[in-house]
Design a protein around this ligand. Structure first.
Ligand code: FAD
Length: 319
């Protein structure tokens, strides 16, 4: 028995987020023949709409209502709740992104619905949808399922296979009634950040206090550039002002699940590990052979990162 699934998709820098494609692919598994409905608020570019139709959405509700052009909790909650009620969605999926983390609790509470956050696995057993999520900073996994009512889930990026399933997608123009807004965004001033999005990167080169300064991070950036990846950091490095807090990975920073995580000059404190332990392959470069990060690493290099990283960069350039 399938479930009617609604996916809130997100666009970042003019591109559909990778985690939205993952959510659409998870929906194919849960829906099991039932309708898959995608929603996209604040954007209706033809390119994005046709990309969504490649991933199995039978219907795509778009809204270019002015108050949805930039995310606000108030406006998006009202729009999403109305859409869920209009289409009769049973499962609501979105990425565990800034938007997902803020919106899912608000909208689910408004509907008295169940919510599972930061899911890393989904399975369907006899009509029950079972979500897996890490707990205790990634030391254990919890499985959650709800027998009744609407179920919300936010999905951690890079944890689900993206599966194409082209269908004819009906585009529906959605006109929610949005009123009594307490916040209105007048202007968005973006920090100039280039390159690959850290939370969705397939390769992350991360630096800790061992990197010793902002200059050291340029050494890591060179390796990340060759590998098409992003640069992350430990809180130790951020606290020491070697880099920006937006790069922090861990319990109080970003959670990443890349195919390859290269930890350079990071000791491997539990709070850091909480943000990267699910990476598929972990490489640690540290001059201390006793550093705890080596217990977690698939490959360890005991050495000075300022010698090892440039060598790796040169070798990777040859491939
Ligand atoms: P250190 O522990 O000082 O390690 C530096 C490492 O670099 C050492 O292992 C050293 O051997 C190695 N090294 C030095 N020079 C070189 C060299 N030239 N080449 C190779 N290796 C070298 N931390 C996070 O990262 N993320 C979080 O989200 C986070 N949240 C926290 C929340 C709370 C409530 C608390 C209390 C702490 C949190 N921390 C977090 C901090 C965490 O406990 C550690 O202090 C931090 O991760 C240490 O950063 P580090 O590994 O860069 O530094």
């Amino acid at each position: 028995m399938g479930r009617k699934v609604l996916i809130l998709t997100e666009v970042k820098d003019g591109k559909l987020r990778q985690v939205s494609l993952e959510a659409l692919s998870v929906a194919q598994q849960i829906a099991d023949g039932e309708e898959i409905i995608a929603a996209l608020f604040g954007d209706d570019s033809t390119e994005i709409l046709s990309e969504i139709s490649l991933y199995g959405a039978h219907k795509l509700y778009t809204s270019t209502e002015a108050s949805l052009s930039v995310y606000t909790t108030d406006a998006y909650t009202q729009a999403l709740v109305q859409l869920i009620q209009e289409v009769g969605a049973e499962v609501v999926l979105m990425g565990h992104t800034g938007v997902g983390k803020d919106l899912a609790p608000r909208a689910s509470a408004r509907l008295g619905a169940g919510l599972v956050t930061d899911c890393t696995g989904v399975e369907s057993v006899d009509g029950n949808v079972i979500f897996t999520r890490p707990i205790y900073a990634g030391k254990a996994f919890q499985k959650k399922s709800f027998k009744k009512g609407i179920l919300f889930a936010t999905l951690r990026a890079n944890n689900f296979a993206v599966k194409e399933s082209p269908v004819r997608t009906e585009i529906v123009s959605f006109q929610p009634t949005i009123k009594d807004l307490r916040t209105i965004v007048k202007e968005v001033v973006r920090k100039a950040v280039g390159g690959v999005d850290l939370s969705e990167a397939k390769v992350v080169v991360s630096g800790g206090r061992g990197v010793k300064g902002a200059e050291g991070f340029q050494t890591l950036q060179a390796l990340a550039d060759v590998l098409g990846g992003a640069v992350g950091a430990s809180r130790g490095a951020c606290d020491a002002e070697y880099c920006d807090y937006s790069m922090q990975i861990g319990q109080t920073g970003k959670v990443v699940t890349p195919d390859l995580y290269i930890a350079c000059g990071i000791s491997g404190a539990i709070q850091h590990v909480a943000g990267m332990s699910n990476s598929k392959v972990i490489v640690a470069i540290n001059k201390d052979p006793e550093a705890p990060i080596f217990q977690l690493a698939d490959y360890g290099i005991v050495g000075d990162l300022f010698e090892v990283v440039p060598l790796l960069t040169e070798e990777c350039k040859k491939v």
